[in-house]
Structure formats: C-alpha cells, structure tokens
Ligand binder design. Sequence first.
Ligand SMILES: C[S@@+](CC[C@H](N)C(=O)[O-])C[C@H]1O[C@@H](n2cnc3c(N)ncnc32)[C@H](O)[C@@H]1O
Length: 247
Amino acid sequence: MHNAFIATTFDWDHRSSTAWQRFTNKVLRKLRIPVKLSPPQPYQANVEVRMNLFHLLDQTIAFNVPGDVVELGCNDGDCTIVMRKMLDEMAPQKELHAFDSFEGLPEPGENDRKDGVYGKGNMAVPAERLVEKFKQLGLKLPHLHKGWFEHTVPKELPERISFALIDGDLYSSTMDVLPHVYERMSPGAIGMIAVYVDEEVFPRPGLPGHYKSPGVKRAVDEFFADKPEKVSLLYSCENSNGYFRKL
Ligand SMILES: C[S@@+](CC[C@H](N)C(=O)[O-])C[C@H]1O[C@@H](n2cnc3c(N)ncnc32)[C@H](O)[C@@H]1O
C-alpha cells in the first residue's frame, strides 16, 4: 500500500518549511546567520517513527504472523491512526487495541524519579481527542482500554499478538507491559519500542532530556537480559526506536 499518508495526514511532515519560513531562511542566509527555521516536530511522533512503524507492521502482515495488534500508550492516537489505516487496507481481520490512562503518566516510582525527566500527568490527553481524530478521518475506532497499564494490560490484552507498539516512556510503564505482551506474541511477531535511546549506538549530543526517556532502555535491557531475542535500534531523527522479533 502507499505510505505517503504518514506525512500528509494532519500535516505530519515536519521537514517541509512553510512559505514564510522559507522567506525568513533566505534572509538569514543573506545575513550569513547559520540558522534555519523548520516546522516544529509533531506532538508525539515524527515521520521517521511512523515510517519505522509502517515497515515493521507491514512485515508482520506480509508474513501472516497470527494475532492482533496492540499499542501500549496511544495518547491522542497518531500512531494508532497509522496502524488502523494499514489494517483496514491489508489485514481487516486483525483487531486493533489501544491502551492508555488518558490521564498521562503515573507518578514516577523510585527507578524513574532519579532521571528527573517526567512527572505525574505529563502528556495527559482525554480519550475524546483520539475519538475526534478518528471521526475526522472516517476511521473505525480501535478497542480502547482506559486505565493504568498494571490494571488493564494483564486482563485485557488479546490472546495472541502479531505486533505491539510499546510507548510508555517510563521504566515502570515499560515493565508493566513487556512481560505480558512478550508472553502473548506469536513467533515472528514484532515489538516496536518508542524512545529506546542508546547513545552508544547513536550519540545525539544536545538531545533534550524528554526524548531520552532513559527508563525505557533500562527496562527493556533488563527484561531481555535472559531472553534469546536481540533488541535493535532504528534511526528516527529526534526520536529513536528499538524493535525485536519474537523467536
Ligand atoms: C509518548 S505517549 C504515546 C504516544 C503515541 N504512541 C503516539 O505515537 O502518538 C505515552 C503515553 O503512554 C501513556 N502511559 C504511560 N504510562 C502509562 C501507564 N502506566 N498506564 C497507562 N498509560 C500510560 C501516557 O498517558 C501517554 O499518553
């Protein structure tokens, strides 16, 4: 299927400067000021994240991996929209499940507090915002699971999973979902992990703290320490993704 929609939906492409930015850039160039304006990054994920998502989910569909598709931490649904569009066109038999507190992050526990990156309620959006976006695009809603992962995930995950996007930002949130998701993943299923930042593989001096979500890598590395799968890093500009394929 075509994937241009990952740039054009809601003007998600933040690479193409607007007319007034191009004009300002011309002036800055003339003045020999080495600065360039570009549109801000979209709220939660950028084009590269969505491209990674597109190609990883596409693989599980192409190889007929059994199971449904889940997103742990859907926020207002931008990546959910990408998955919905893909499933509608390529695998309408698969169910799409989206989990979120819709109250933002939980109170950071001891392991996350030391990072000093996030606080309770960060990123809070009401579920209505996701619902509204789906309506605007004429898309069928995913199954929405509202509540803290530790309560919803163990009980409400589908029996079998072919693809999971894990996007909880905290050590605790990642640990609350990873064991349950992993257990239900079919062989060949893919787990994509948002904000998996490994500065040894991809050093980004100057990267703002909130993109780092360092608890995510700690949780993922700890979980996979005794597992046969390997987590690899995928470039995604300001962001960074990890992924693994269930053996
Ligand atoms: C970075 S956002 C998700 C962005 C979304 N996947 C996207 O690409 O547009 C992280 C989301 O995880 C949710 N979240 C984090 N920890 C949670 C927990 N323990 N229980 C429920 N929701 C949680 C937050 O409410 C937030 O909306």
